[in-house]
Design a binder for this molecule. Sequence first.
Ligand code: GRF
Length: 207
Amino acid sequence: MSEATIRPRVGILISGRGSNMVSLVEAARAPGYPAEIALVLSNVPGAPGLERARDFGIATATVDHRAFNKDREAFERAMDDVLRVNQIDLVVLAGFMRIMTPWFVRRWEGRMINIHPSLLPLFKGTHTHRQALEAGVAEHGCSVHFVVPELDAGPVIAQAKVPVLAGDDEDTLASRVLVEEHRLYPIALAEVAAGRAALVDGAVVRR
Ligand code: GRF
């Protein structure tokens, strides 16, 4: 990763349809994009995103969390082994529906990012679009952040806003946010991969 010509190898972790994964894969095909998508890993056998990744010719792997009898660290060690065998430099969570233990988070500290469908620190956790509608906010959006042990609390790398419109329901709002997720995540990953955004002493430092 020290030479500008060597692009960090990215492992994308998914649990479902993988639309953010697809947006990252498509962006990374552009000449000059500073990262290579080397692996798509899922905890859900048969997750639709796995087939989409294979269609792009990307290596895929599955580590089924249910095979580890609720031993989260054993599950994460198995994932970590797959990431290391594939020489992954950066971990990108894209709809990955498992909470990481502090062990795994520390292991990938500063090298693991996530996208969350709200303007953090607002609306952590699940059902973020419902939370936004119930709160009556005029603006909503998405955030890309470094992963830290506390859920959805990592330093924010980039955010994108959308308006909340009269008559919105969870689905219309989610669709509007998702368009921005697909635009934002490749930009934020490029910032991290190129070393222009880094996690230093618990904060994002821009160079
Ligand atoms: C996205 O809304 C993302 O922000 C959230 O989970 C969803 C994943 O969607 N973490 P997809 O699998 O990328 O289509």
